[in-house]
Design a protein around this ligand. Structure first.
Ligand code: NAD
Length: 410
């Protein structure tokens, strides 16, 4: 198996997967900067092991330490020739680079994984993952592999010492996984569950990659809450302290979140009318309750749910500190750089192909475009000069829903 990346998620996988009996060899591939060297040097100081603390996950609520020893850490993408399973555990803006790097080395047959196919997937997929895979790898490879995408990273995770250790602060209970081709779904989900040492989260097969794209919660939460915070800001006055992220959500922002989710559900209706099984795509209010249940103090409205969810307390907007100790918004953080082009813009592109009007989504995308210095929507169409940096269908040359459905096997 090859794990691609070098951050929080990669550390967790490289500590857990080597403990799984069914997996022979686990390589970490990082092509970013000098990470591979840094990672292997650091791990070597503790016998090549990566130590993962599963916080409060013991039978009596104590921390559990898991120690895994990856076979090797490299920046050489040809390691992919050895892989039956390849997993990306990086922000979505890094997927394209890894796909291009490993493309010549992905085997088209002879994998020991179920169906003889190489299994390739992302934790999480974010939006448009399968479209980018098809675009970069081409039809022949795309149709020879089993592709999977998790709707979210299974853990809230922070690496504590580079190449040595990470903390799992929380583990999701249930996570949906889409698989292409659908016929491989149950086998692939079983394999991915094994990689997690058969522990939580429980993985559930969902039939369509479009659900991972449209249910991507980060694309709704992060850009919209950022819009809510700064919608009346003058784009220049600094803040005395970083504003609270979820606790700072007001009624107007809660309403906007809900209306964007309504627009996504209209897209769902069109896709269902084309006989695509959209099981797993729910309103964000229902997603909240399913994900956080009794951790939410007040379920009377979306904005109150945001303000009173234990899992969301104390988190602040990403900021940069100024020389005089004040704070300015950090629009270069992945809430914008990942969740707009690899999130809401993708969903907007699918809505356009479905003929669904998205005035609320457009307001947030236009705000984000200004914050990012990009242009996605021009005259109500996804035709701005920066569409190409997104993972929208339009960026990959799709201009009709029929074409998209046929090419991506939806
Ligand atoms: P991370 O922030 O730790 O990723 C950083 C790593 O990404 C770097 O170490 C590097 O390997 C790679 N990277 C960064 N910039 C790059 C570039 N320009 N080119 C190539 N590679 C680059 O990411 P993470 O916390 O492991 O999260 C992975 C994914 O999971 C993200 O999509 C994130 O939104 C999502 N997620 C994370 C958490 C969490 O608790 N960490 C929770 C939910 C979802």
């Amino acid at each position: 198996m090859v794990i691609c990346g070098g951050g929080n998620g990669t550390h967790v996988l490289s500590g857990i997967v080597p403990t799984v009996d069914a997996v022979d060899e686990v390589y970490v591939l990082s092509t970013f900067a000098d990470e591979a060297e840094k990672f292997s040097k650091a791990a070597a100081t503790q016998n090549g092991e990566v130590h993962i603390r599963r916080c409060k996950e013991g039978p009596d609520g104590e921390d559990v330490i898991v120690k895994g020893k990856p076979t090797g850490v490299t920046n050489d993408p040809s390691i992919a020739t050895k892989a039956d399973v390849i997993v990306f555990a990086v922000p979505a803006f890094a997927h394209g680079g890894y796909l291009k790097a490993i493309k010549p080395y992905i085997r088209k047959r002879g994998s020991k994984a179920p169906g003889g196919r190489v299994i390739l997937g992302a934790m999480p997929g974010e939006s448009g993952f399968d479209m980018q895979v098809q675009h970069i790898l081409g039809d022949e490879v795309f149709n020879s592999i089993a592709l999977f995408a998790l709707e979210t990273l299974p853990w809230a995770a922070r690496l504590t010492e580079y190449g040595k250790s990470a903390d799992i602060l929380g583990t999701k209970f249930d996570v949906d996984v889409a698989v292409t081709p659908r016929s491989m779904g149950p086998e692939v989900v079983k394999t991915v569950q094994k990689l997690m040492a058969n522990q939580h989260p429980r993985l559930h097969f969902i039939p369509s990659m479009l659900v991972v794209t449209l249910m991507n919660i980060n694309q709704v939460w992060h850009p919209t809450i950022t819009w809510g915070q700064y919608r009346e800001w003058d784009w220049k006055t600094p803040f005395d302290k970083p504003p609270l992220f979820y606790e700072g959500v007001d009624e107007v922002t809660g309403d906007m979140l809900s209306k964007i989710s309504d627009e996504i559900l209209q897209v769902k209706q069109v896709l269902e009318s084309r006989k695509i099984d959209m099981t797993g795509l729910r309103h964000v209010k229902d997603w909240m309750v399913r994900s956080y249940g009794d951790d939410i103090g007040d379920k009377s409205s979306l904005h109150r749910m945001m303000n009173t969810n234990k899992g969301y307390l104390t988190l602040t907007h990403p900021m940069v500190e100024t020389k005089d100790g004040k704070y300015m918004p950090n629009f270069k953080y992945r809430y914008m750089t990942e969740d707009v082009p690899m999130g809401l813009v993708v969903t907007r592109g699918i809505a356009e192909l479905c003929g669904v009007e998205t005035p609320h989504m457009d307001t947030v995308i236009n705000f984000a475009s200004r914050a990012l210095g990009k242009s996605f929507i021009v005259d109500g169409k996804l035709e701005g000069p920066d569409v190409g940096m997104s993972r929208s269908p339009q960026a990959f040359g799709f201009h009709s829903l029929d074409e998209l459905i046929q090419k991506l096997n939806y």
